[in-house]
Design a protein around this ligand. Structure first.
Ligand code: M6R
Length: 630
């Protein structure tokens, strides 16, 4: 997740920027950069136009060496002129455009007099870039961000009365999510900031003003904080803050009290990263959907690198992955088959590569991996390529090994996940795979446009529903407390509920070190039911997804053998609740999309039980975030 830091005023601008960037490191980044307005120290050399005026310059440095980027920036910064008036800095987690120095922020306009740093996604960047290029602007990066600085340049050239007005005019052209900071030579003490969706916080003292994408970057600098709201623009000058709406109406900023220490602040006040990341899931899903649906309702996954003709020619899909990523594939298989009328096989990556699978030029092999580095999946994809298949990767890390070797990539945009157990990356994976399923259906003509539009509506409703499910942590904790002493857990589901059950069992094993198994409920009587005895806790996915009656018949089978029944049920479904000892409530959604919502209470349940047992949820024993051994 990208990070922003900015400051104006005071003697320590550069130190504040470098220290702020270091404090943003925990968010994860692949490159970094900063821009400063500085007064040249060779100021005696002035031409007649500048007589009496300090020759201010805009100085920029960028580095793209992963976690060494900040050291390199600090070295470069030794060469910046002094004194420094104001500065903006950025840590980048790539979404549009690979991690590279050229794509690192800040981005400059054509004249090199304006700089911008940005978090978020500019949805209409492609059309704006075409327009700006047509008007003579030179865009130099692969990012969605760069259009903003050229729009600001154009607004100033068209007569906008100052930087703030120009930023306002530029943002009127932009669709999507943004938190940004803009700096310009012509108003060297001014930082203009604005936000929509992506967060920004301002800190004030009597002689400086600070801006950051989160509070940890500013802790200790001030205790006067103001959180910007959506669609607000802030003008920061030394000791002065003016806030307006993006339409220009004045806003009275209200100070926020912050009592966090640095560690609590990094976790946004949550006790651990896992909890924070569970709460970031609505945003992860929303970001994964952003800018992938065109205004006419058509899905165009621009970054796929393969044409629709290629997708239309596919006659079989093979999904390969491990762990939670495998479960995401399994959850989406139902939609892919149903919507796109394609046979979809799914395999554990470590099995796939050794079993001589039947794949050829007509097969689309989809690798799913949050890290993009899991060696089993990487090798499986190499094997598929050797056999002539087209390889598409769903991944959360731009430029990871898998993405470099694949024919096509679909990025999830969950931001870096620090907790070892996959949560927000998992939901983003399911979302991305559902988008892929819809795209396949669209190019193959297996769904009517009207149906695609309805399904897109359901997809866009998911972030709110996930948010409702996430907010029920206390209810889930109460259920976990009821069964905290149990030692055996059986997760059951049917159809799309089956992989949800598998993921629920995996989460519980990973975090609580308890015996937990997931099964298709219909398979119970073929063996697993022998495990059930009084004291066994059975967790079932009993949302109304079509096979509800059959699922409830299976629940009755375990209930009559003395199991304690915990059911995931749709809000208000008292009939289901009547058959359970405890209920984990979730909002209803389209059956084929339901795993995105239904898996959330299982994440919360595993989290709650692990905490009740006193385990470290961010670093479960024996597990690694990136698995690069077979
Ligand atoms: O990075 P990947 O998505 O390829 O990782 C796959 C699995 O190792 C991963 O999902 C693992 O199961 C997680 N610990 C799940 O929480």
């Amino acid at each position: 997740m990208c990070g922003i830091i900015a400051v104006t005023g005071g003697d320590e601008v550069l130190d504040v920027i470098l220290d702020g960037l270091a404090r943003l490191e925990y968010r994860g980044y692949d490159s970094a950069g900063l821009a400063l307005t500085t007064v040249r120290d060779d100021a005696t050399v002035v031409d007649s136009d500048l007589e009496g005026v300090a020759p201010v310059t805009l100085w920029r440095a960028r580095a793209a060496d992963g976690t060494r980027s900040l050291d390199h920036l600090a070295k470069q910064a030794e060469g910046a002129s002094r004194p420094v008036r104001a500065g903006i800095g950025h840590t980048r987690w790539a979404t549009h455009g690979r991690p590279s120095e050229g794509n690192a922020h800040p981005h400059l306009d054509c004249t090199g007099r304006i700089a911008v740093v940005h978090n978020g996604i500019i949805e209409n960047h492609a059309e704006l870039a075409a327009e700006l290029t047509g008007a003579g602007h030179r865009l130099r990066s692969e990012t969605d961000t760069e259009v903003v600085v050229h729009l600001v340049e154009a607004a100033l050239a068209a007569g906008a009365p100052g930087l703030a007005a120009a930023v306002r005019a530029a943002l009127a052209r932009v669709r999507g999510a943004f938190a940004l900071a803009v700096l310009a030579v012509d108003e060297p003490d001014l930082v203009v900031a604005a936000r929509r969706v992506s967060p920004l916080v301002v800190g004030m003292t009597s002689s400086s003003a600070f801006l950051a994408s989160d509070i940890p970057a500013l802790l200790g600098r001030t205790d006067r904080f103001y959180v910007l709201d959506d669609d607000q623009l802030a003008e920061l000058r030394p000791g002065s803050l003016v806030v307006t709406t993006l339409d220009g109406d004045p806003v009275e900023p209200v100070a926020t009290t912050v009592e966090w220490d640095l560690d609590a602040a990094r976790k946004d006040g949550f006790d651990d990263f896992m909890s924070k990341e569970i709460h970031e899931q609505p945003t992860a899903v929303a970001n994964t959907l952003l800018d992938r649906v065109h205004a006419d309702g058509h899905l165009v996954l621009d970054e796929l690198r393969v044409g629709h003709d290629v997708l239309a020619g596919i006659d079989k899909v093979f999904v390969v992955a491990c762990g939670s990523s495998y479960h995401a594939g399994l959850m989406a298989k139902y939609a892919m088959e149903h919507w796109a009328r394609l046979p979809v096989e799914i395999d554990i990556a470590s099995e796939f590569r050794y079993r001589d699978p039947v794949v050829d030029e007509g097969t689309l092999v989809v690798g799913v991996s949050q890290s993009g580095e899991t060696v089993d999946t990487l090798q499986a994809l190499r094997e598929a390529k050797r056999k002539g298949a087209r390889v598409l990767v769903v991944c959360n890390v731009v430029d990871a090994s898998m993405t470099r070797e694949a024919d096509a990539v679909l990025y999830t945009r969950a931001g870096p996940e620090i907790g070892v157990a996959a949560t927000k990356t998992h939901l983003a994976q399911i979302t991305a795979l559902l988008l892929l399923a819809l795209t396949l259906a669209q190019v193959r003509g297996t769904l009517e446009d009207a149906d695609v539009r309805l399904l897109l509506g359901d997809l866009h409703a998911l972030p709110d529903k996930v948010g409702l499910a996430v907010d029920r942590g206390d209810d889930v904790l109460a259920v976990a407390e009821q069964v905290r002493d149990a030692s055996a857990f059986l997760f059951l589901g049917r159809h799309v509920g089956y992989p949800v059950a598998l993921e629920g069992a995996l989460k519980l094993k990973e975090l609580s070190y308890l015996r937990a198994e997931g099964f298709p409920a219909g398979e119970l009587k073929h063996g697993p039911i022998a495990l059930v005895e009084p004291g066994t806790v059975v967790l079932g996915v009993a949302t109304r997804t079509g096979l509800w009656e059959k699922m409830m018949a299976n629940v009755a089978e375990v209930r009559s053998r003395g199991a304690t029944i915990v059911l995931v049920a749709n809000d208000g479904d008292e009939e289901t609740a009547g058959l359970a000892d405890a209920v984990l409530w979730v909002p209803a959604t389209h059956p084929l999309l339901s795993p995105v919502v239904d898996v959330v209470p299982f994440q919360l349940f595993a989290y709650a039980l692990a905490r009740l047992h006193g385990y470290d949820v961010d670093r479960p024993r024996n597990l690694a975030k990136v698995v690069t051994v077979e």
